[in-house]
Write a protein that binds this ligand. Sequence first.
Ligand SMILES: [Zn+2]
Length: 458
Amino acid sequence: MKHVRFTIMIIMFALILPLCSGYQVEAASKRDYLKIGLKVGSNCVSTATLKSDQGFLLGTIDGRRFEEGMPLPAYNEIAISSENGNIVVRDMDGVLLSADMGSSGCIMPADYEDEGILYYDGTPYRGGIQFLAKSNNSMAVINVIRLEHYVYGVLNSELGYTNPKEALKAQAVVARSYAEQNLGKHSADGFDLCTSTHCQVYKGYSGEYDATNKATDETEGELLLYDGEPVSAFYFKNSGGYTQNSEDVWSGKLPYLRAVKDEYSPSYPWSTSLSFEIIKTKLESAGFSPGTIESVSINGYNNTGAVSELKIVGSGATVYLKKENIRNVLGATIVKSNMFTLGKGSSSGAGNGTWNISNGLKGSESSANAKLYVIGDSGKAKKIDADGLYGSNGQVTIVLGSRSSESSQTVTTGTVEFNGYGYGHGVGMPQDSAVEMAKQGFDYKEILEYFFADIEVE
Ligand SMILES: [Zn+2]
């Protein structure tokens, strides 16, 4: 019985294909599709269901263009499985519809040209779904989607829809530019971008809101350009007062990713403690063999005041962590930025820790230029000498370590306290500052021009 129906389907396919050939030209003239990996790598699946109110269209994705193939208007739900290297499509009664969609097969909702929505295992997506057969009867699930619709699905996850409109528009431009510049980032695995923070957080149609879709529409197609080429539009949460040169965080020097003294950064203080034992474990996970940790110290700053090198002396080896590797090794959500100072951690109250006071001038800047001010209740500022400065809250008196004091930046026992400002790698646009600038009346182009040097928005 099943065999008979399969034969009928093949005949239908043969009859319908020539009728559809007229659509292929039209489809090829439409805008390009990108491929977003929904279930990839260790998250590959063996079966999936697709739902669409309007039925389906089986076709192929050839490069970045969708070629229409067999329509399935009578079906609202179909089942897909990976079987011996083939992508098999059946109806919900198990009747075979396609014995193998092939590696370029793609399933669209029939109304894909008209804002159609496809449900993959219950989750709605714009565009279509491609399945790639993998080993052990598993398959990768790829969302095939137009750039503007992809930005719809990213924007709220990267900057919440309740934020001011001009900040959302700035975020739409950087998210679109990032996607454009990073197309093929996962090409070795058959898709462009993943759905996590590794690329940009993407939630499909469920992540869409009126405000974020509107910000996308109002900047439709706009990219950040340098010398006419799309840029690597990096962004992050909070600068701590200064953004960073790209080469001070990673290795490549890009002319539009320059450090900016950020006048709009809302204060974002953080503090965390790491025991020597935990630091040892983290270093070992990263492939180092430090032995017993003996001391942790800051070994250099860049000219924005960010830590450029952390020196960790162990009984087995001395480890130098440079630039973004400090956060990569110790944990980027733990050491939230490189704008930190060190203190000796203690569980017996703040009065026993080392408190640091800073004027933001560190490293290569001359100490002769350093100025430190205190601000009284009246708001009046008074310049003071940093050395030998004490502070008291009435219960404890503390030494406010001067910036030239090596002792305040080397910890030799137990637990290291990281006290810092800002969150993220520091390169490109700080989202908190984009929001603040929008609140102060700047438009999205002014926001982007403030953080990216010599760029155009087009
Ligand atoms: Zn990725």
